[in-house]
Design a protein around this ligand. Structure first.
Ligand code: NAG
Ligand code: NAG
Ligand code: NAG
Ligand code: NAG
Ligand code: NAG
Ligand code: NAG
Length: 431
């Protein structure tokens, strides 16, 4: 045992460091993103209180898709849910000891609540309810990024104590969220009479839930490939970006192009066989060099036979984006760049046109040249970081980027380890 690593060990060590710095700890492109859950007590009733629960998605580009959110907690005392509107508890539990006129909605110590579908009956609805658990991303559609339900709570105990629930858990199309403890905060204010009168909740409790791909333990979902007009070389997605073919039986399985996918339910993650094995690939092609602009084509391809990526979104970090960036066939907006040296843009599909990723969708983008920061050398016309639906996409290593032909010999890497190191240093320091 010495202080020297073999090349493989060195690469492994660096890879481990990157895994932590880039993906889990927090998202450098959306450091304030969170889902907040507030409980507003709006009325005392003889049995207890009436509360309105609101779930707000403040993630810029991470949505909750149609398998939907579920929210769980543990009551501090023996509380029960007498009635609920706008959502439902998944279990009624044992209500045999409560002699009320109507059966309580849920007597579980740790209830789990799920959203109603948009076709819910009028008497089971409340304002802002019933989206089938779907929450849009904040930067894409703030008016659909929150959801509410109401409940009446009883059985507070012999010396009625009004205590916040504990151990809030949020599942938002799967695991990955960790919620802070539920705390008393300033009561929520509401406006009434067209904003002329202000009302306020009796009491408000709040918890903030944050996502970590490390906690979600999700397999990578996408990879990036690159090409340019100035170099015939195509840089493919790194091999095994999202899993390896056959070698490891636990990874996603695949079927060849042209074969029919097996019946539903057999494999959830089944993809078309490729060297990258990703369900989604994003290709960046630098098409043309104009006097003042670059023209780029971005294509998003679906290799998954099972997942329905409707309402997809893509985040791209690139030094050449600006408010004047034009995307022809996608909806787009700039995101705050939080001190990064590059600009960050968010793209998503146009409703009824390309918001579903059936085979592939693409757009051309015009990027204005800023000669100080944006040149073709060293792959600068290429993106720095790409996310699909909030998940980090696997990028090729810079030594495989298409280079300017006349720069090729002088930029030729001397050692792959050295280049990898430079690349990781880049990824680590540019946050
Ligand atoms: C949650 O997001 C909101 C809106 O971006 C932000 O104001 C708030 O500070 C965030 N909370 C936490 C704990 O990060
Ligand atoms: C339901 O609760 C009652 C009263 O607490 C208890 O006597 C009974 O055993 C419980 N039933 C079950 C199936 O747990
Ligand atoms: C809340 O969660 C913590 C940590 O998981 C656990 O130790 C504790 O027993 C839980 N409390 C209740 C009342 O379930
Ligand atoms: C994908 O899901 C959307 C929304 O649920 C649905 O309208 C659409 O038909 C689905 N597409 C496919 C190809 O399954
Ligand atoms: C792409 O997506 C749709 C569902 O949105 C799916 O039915 C289709 O089989 C997918 N995969 C391929 C390789 O086309
Ligand atoms: C772009 O997105 C916004 C918000 O979702 C929407 O109001 C607008 O209609 C979209 N534009 C197009 C062209 O789809």
């Amino acid at each position: 045992m010495g202080l020297f690593f073999t090349c493989d060990q060195f690469l492994m060590l660096i890879a481990l460091i990157t895994v932590c710095t880039v993906s889990d700890c927090y998202d450098p492109l959306d450091p304030n993103g969170n889902i907040t859950v507030t409980f507003d007590i709006n009325q005392w009733i003889p049995e207890g209180y009436l509360a309105r629960v609101t779930i707000r998605n403040y993630y810029q580009y991470r949505h909750v898709d149609k398998s939907g959110w579920t929210l769980g907690w543990t009551w501090a005392n023996g509380e029960i849910i007498l009635s609920m509107a706008g959502a439902f508890a998944t279990k009624q539990g044992n209500c045999s000891s409560f002699k009320s006129q109507t059966a309580p909605h849920s007597c579980e110590k740790s209830p789990v609540v799920a959203d109603l579908m948009p076709d819910a009956l009028p008497e089971t609805r409340t304002d802002d309810c019933c989206h089938g658990g779907v929450l849009a991303a904040w930067a894409i559609n703030p008016s659909k990024s929150f959801s509410s339900f109401e409940m009446t709570i009883g059985n507070l105990g012999v010396n009625p104590k009004v205590q916040a629930p504990i151990n809030l858990t949020l599942m938002a199309s799967g695991p990955g969220y960790t919620c802070s403890s539920v705390e008393d905060v300033d009561p929520t204010a509401y406006s009434d009479i067209g904003g002329k009168r202000q009302l306020q909740a009796y009491r408000t409790w709040k918890s903030t839930c944050t996502y970590s791909s490390f906690v979600a333990n999700q397999a990578p979902v996408c990879c990036v490939s690159l090409s340019t007009f100035y170099n015939p070389k195509i840089t493919f997605c790194p091999d095994c970006s999202c899993g390896c073919r056959e070698a490891d039986k636990n990874t996603v399985s695949c079927i060849g192009e042209g074969y029919d996918a097996p019946g539903s339910g057999s494999f959830d993650n089944i993809v078309q066989c490729t060297d990258h094995m990703c369900p989604v690939r994003i290709h960046w092609h630098v098409m043309k060099n104009y006097f003042t602009h670059w023209r780029v084509k971005v294509s998003i391809s679906n290799y998954s036979y099972r997942r329905n990526y409707s309402n997809w979104n893509v985040v791209i970090q690139h030094p050449g984006f600006s408010q004047s960036t034009t995307a022809y066939s996608f909806n787009s907006t700039m995101l705050p760049s939080f001190g990064l040296s590059d600009e960050v843009a968010l793209f998503w599909g146009i409703e009824y046109y390309n918001d579903e990723l059936v085979n592939a969708v693409s757009t051309q983008i015009l990027l204005r040249k800023d000669l100080d920061s944006f040149t073709l050398g060293n792959g600068w016309a290429l993106p720095r970081r790409v996310y699909f639906n909030g998940e980090d996409c696997k990028m090729p290593l810079p030594d495989t980027f298409p280079m300017l032909p006349n720069d090729c010999s002088s930029l030729k890497p001397t050692s792959p380890v050295f280049l990898l190191f430079i690349y990781l240093a880049f990824k680590t320091f540019d946050k």
